[in-house]
Write a protein that binds this ligand. Sequence first.
Ligand code: C5P
Length: 401
Amino acid sequence: MSKRVLLIIGGGIAAYKSLELIRRLKERGAAVRVVMTEAAQRFVTPLAAGALVGERVFTDLFDQAQEFDVGHIRLARECDLIIVAPATADLMAKAAHGLAHDLASAVLLATDKPVLMAPAMNPHMWANPATQRNVATLQAQGLRFVGPNEGEMAERGERGLGRMAEPEQIRDAALALLTDGPLKGKRALVTAGPTVEAIDPVRFLSNRSSGKQGYAIAAALAELGAEVTLVSGPTALAAPSGVTRINVESAREMLAACEAALPSDVAVMVAAVADWRPSATAETKLKKDKTGLPAITLRENPDILATLSKPGKKRPKLVIGFAAETDHVEEHARAKIAKKGCDWIVANDVSGDVMGGAENQVLLITKTSAETWPRMAKEAVARKLAAAIAAKLSGKSPGRK
Ligand code: C5P
């Protein structure tokens, strides 16, 4: 496995963690080269970064000696992965708009290698629609993201989404991208968590799904090298490293996000999509004292699994659904394959404590086979399923006549 990493350090207080990241990458045998922006050098010195990588650090697009020696085009190409950490709002804006007036942005414009961004900024800067637009643009171009995480900010008393992912998390996401796993080059779409269907601005219908199983599947597919998009309803879980998470609330938003994420080689629909939504969402809060009990009429939500399973150019090669059953598990699961048009069903018996719990007991049903798996941790189920998916996409069973 080749592991040449070009680390671009942007100008943020999190730059000190990038020095730690250099060490974590080198421990795993990566050769690391460093580019620092001018702002980055206000937070950590090229001397410190240079001492850790054991070679000079690149800082200047217009320095004749640096450009003749290893120019920006060579920096952009002589690596297997570029990591931008911290990826500041400014650096992401430059990359999203194709600006190239300093070494870091010129390298990002010139590269044809995978790029992993580890954003770090104040929560307001992260939430700003301008930043979110830039992130969406970069994701659509295929750049990968790890973090940001939720937590304490450098500014006293501030908390929120914007902390840079920890060095180990960035390293793991980087290694996943560098690994030649059996799903390398394959795209995977996973849904997870509940959906939330608004009754009025403050009330909703939802369910108890924790998202654990779906998140574990997204992580396991990424570990095997797949490019994973995780479309998630509200959960308390952090996005697995190396996975692109798209947050949604309602079933209709989930369907739209899934369709936007196609084409994909495999789709694993794990979300507990609400079957119904209120037929109308009140624009203002329903008042208790008005005319007695409000009547909430329901209408059916779109079936995401059935929609994605429909034959067509964009249908993923392998579409997998989940089925939570309490009785006649195999029989009901087989009926579900036929009804939804999917290829496999992972059926679980939810008569016990599976929902929200750490373990799962499943039956993998294909059109031609049924396999009962022993009760195991949700992560283990995820790894076993990811391995089965890899085997299927490479032309080896299960479920192949
Ligand atoms: O019909 P049922 O809810 O039992 O089907 C479960 C499977 O269908 C799961 O894979 C779930 O993610 C998916 N599903 C869906 N959209 C719905 C309902 C279920 O994708 N509206």
